[in-house]
Design a protein around this ligand. Structure first.
Ligand code: DAT
Length: 173
């Protein structure tokens, strides 16, 4: 039984997963597990997709690579997908959401090509990742948080930090 919870921070690229995860890690002492970085560093992929402008992720290899770390607890798993992670690993799934115009600005600033930009805007509008999270995990561990402004982020991080504190009390040995 882990002493510190594992949290997934998910959502469409550009919603603020990395920014939230870093801030939360600083506040709580939990570890930021950037799946993007791990996929690249540990080569958990089967090459680069020109069509999607992203790595073709080898999910089995990725799970093998992070398993030991995640099973120890205390991970903030930052990725735009969540349904590959075993339910038993996860205590909270945070789905970040953003207004379309704000997402447009963030992804444009990132230099996304037209097709990739549109694909991600559509995904956010259609609530694809929220739906994925609700299908993959118990609904009562999935929370949807708005991430349009710095104030939203501050509020979200406060809320998750409070949740972590309570989880530790509830699960104290
Ligand atoms: P992700 O990891 O989901 O791709 P990010 O954390 O890299 O997103 O954020 C993308 C950009 O948007 C980055 O410049 C920080 C900014 N940003 C993210 N969330 C924000 C928020 N709630 N308020 C203001 N800016 C935000």
């Amino acid at each position: 039984m882990r002493q510190v919870p594992n949290i997934i921070v998910t959502g469409t690229p550009g919603v603020g997963k990395t920014t939230h995860s870093e801030s939360l890690a600083e506040r709580t002492g939990l570890r930021h597990v950037s799946v993007n970085q791990i996929v690249k560093d540990k080569e958990c992929h089967e090459g680069w997709s020109d069509e999607h402008q992203s790595w073709i992720v080898d999910e089995d290899k990725l799970l093998d690579v992070i398993e030991e770390d995640v099973k120890a607890g205390g991970c903030i798993i930052d990725w735009h997908a969540c349904d590959l992670f075993p339910r038993s690993w996860i205590d909270l799934v945070v789905v970040l959401r953003v207004e379309t115009s704000t997402l447009f600005d963030r992804l444009t600033a990132r230099g996304y090509a037209e097709a990739k930009l549109q694909e991600n805007l559509d995904s956010e509008i259609m609530e694809v990742l929220l739906e994925e999270a609700r299908e993959a995990f118990d609904e009562d561990i999935v929370i949807e948080l708005i991430s349009n402004t710095s104030d939203d982020m501050e509020c979200n991080v406060d809320r998750i930090e409070a949740w972590v504190k309570q989880w530790k009390l509830d699960n104290a040995p």
